[in-house]
Design a protein around this ligand. Sequence first.
Ligand code: SAJ
Length: 419
Amino acid sequence: MKVCVLGMGYIGLPTIAVLANHNMNVLGVDINKEVVDTVNKGLIHIKEPGLEKLIKEGVKSNKIRASLVPEEADVFIIAVPTPNNNDKYFSCDLDYVLKGIKMIMPYLKKHNLVIIESTIPPLTTEQYIKPLIESLGFKVGLDIYLVHSPERVIPGAIIAELIHNNRVVGGITPKCADIGKGFYKRFVKGDIIKTDAKVAELSKLSENTFRDINIAFANELTLICRELNINVLEVIDIANKHPRVNIHKPGPGVGGHCIPVDPYFIYSKAPNISRLIKLARDINNYMPKFVVKNINELIKPNSKISVFGITYKANVDDIRNSPALEIIRLLRDKGYKVEIYDPYIKEYSNNLNEVLNNSNLLLILADHKEYKNLDYKKVSELMQKPLIFDTRNCLDINNKDIEIINYGNIYKLNEIKKV
Ligand code: SAJ
């Protein structure tokens, strides 16, 4: 079986690796020549555990090739980004997906399977992609099988999740879903759930929107507890002991290329009805300002702040939509001197002492595992005023070597004098 995968990014490249590892011949296509050259050398341009080994093996055994242009194949997978448009509703920019479809159109043959894995708004497969394919004279469901099978893997565990997660396959017709399921059966160990394309589209968006709303609730509780002098972390911890409650974690905001993006794909399709979805977005978007507001109460502008972690979450090298970027920008605008240490970002990974030297505040924005076992006695000696603001609540607040403020005791902030 030959598979052509369009887009060799965070989803496409691990997918290529897993397909080749399951004995399929894969052609990876990307518009970026550097990416194509890198993959053809058996190397990778992103960090993901286990990925490099599989790509290397696949290229060596000729199962994986990369190219700027597609070729004829049995299966085509579209795994390109779908960012937000810069319009009033932050709707979905389908440009890359539609360009991808247009790129494969000259190579489509009867009985090919076309899979859209990119996250797309409800009705996109039916209203935008099907007509393009049918413009070639094919009948979808008879000549070409078209499905939406949203990727649902979490960065940091992509390879394992591609295989073990349940997979949704939404067909334009039941026959499309059958054929799609047959393909995923080759490597998926989780359940493969058949449905129609629009249910697949909206269920994927609902998963990430659920998470966004839940995080917004945790963040709103944080604001409430700050006002009412209550430990929010204890509140969440105790509430979560109920067997049917699972409140997510508050933090400095919501980043990445999915959770802060996908809810708008629903909202923009029905803006007057999607009130809860929009409000959750607004609450999470406010969090960087909340962090800066608290810092303003803690230390004076002109002071030096050491930021630990600029990626959108722990243990990944991805800074897309990271709330840290906005927080740093806001702090610099206010006149703080901000320096960054992040072991996952090359240019910020070798300067720990320099970043801490004479600093007035250590601000944790991503809870990388490397921060947990640092010698905080040494850290406090380097700093001018040894104080940590841990917006990820990842350090033990009882640490004797350094004072730590997190969302659990943030309400005490009024008692701490500005330095
Ligand atoms: N975050 C919190 N509190 C939490 C959980 C997350 O503030 O309790 C923040 C994170 O720090 C990060 C953001 O939310 O800034 C998003 O992180 P995440 O770990 O929730 O999600 P992603 O974007 O890495 O991956 C999500 C996953 N979706 C779900 O868990 C429902 C993944 O399975 C999807 O494949 C991925 O989105 C995607 O591609 O859609």
